[in-house]
Design a protein. Structure first.
Length: 119
């Protein structure tokens, strides 16, 4: 019977059970596939509470996204404006403006929630 995960031992057991279920060819809407789905939710909730992942620094998020998209930092000037502005932003000497946040969100698909963080 599935129940909330309350400690690290139960978490490890849940991970092991999920792994076992992933090793078999599950039939959709079967008891075992439903068990895996519920178990995944329980594992995710436990991890969110006990192993939270901090939100990235806005500048690091921009650099990471540029790398993901294969865009050079020089091309960032097209989004942020002048080349000097881009350099000031990436070095931390200038903060992102609301207009810049909107453009970065639109062009690079970086969450505005990340870009508005204090830094």
């Amino acid at each position: 019977m599935l129940k909330p995960i309350k400690n690290n031992n139960e978490y490890e057991d849940a991970l092991e059970r999920a792994y076992d279920l992933l090793q078999i060819d599950l039939v959709p809407n079967s008891n075992k596939s439903d068990e895996l789905e519920v178990l995944s939710i329980l594992i995710k909730e436990y991890e969110n509470d006990h192993f939270p992942i901090p939100k990235p620094h806005p500048i690091e998020a921009i650099k990471f996204r540029l790398d993901q998209l294969g865009i050079s930092e020089s091309e960032l000037s097209d989004i942020l404006g002048a080349r000097s502005r881009k350099s000031e932003i990436l070095s931390g000497k200038r903060k992102l403006s609301l207009a810049m946040i909107r453009k970065l969100n639109e062009k690079l698909k970086i969450s505005a929630e990340i870009l508005i963080r204090e830094y």
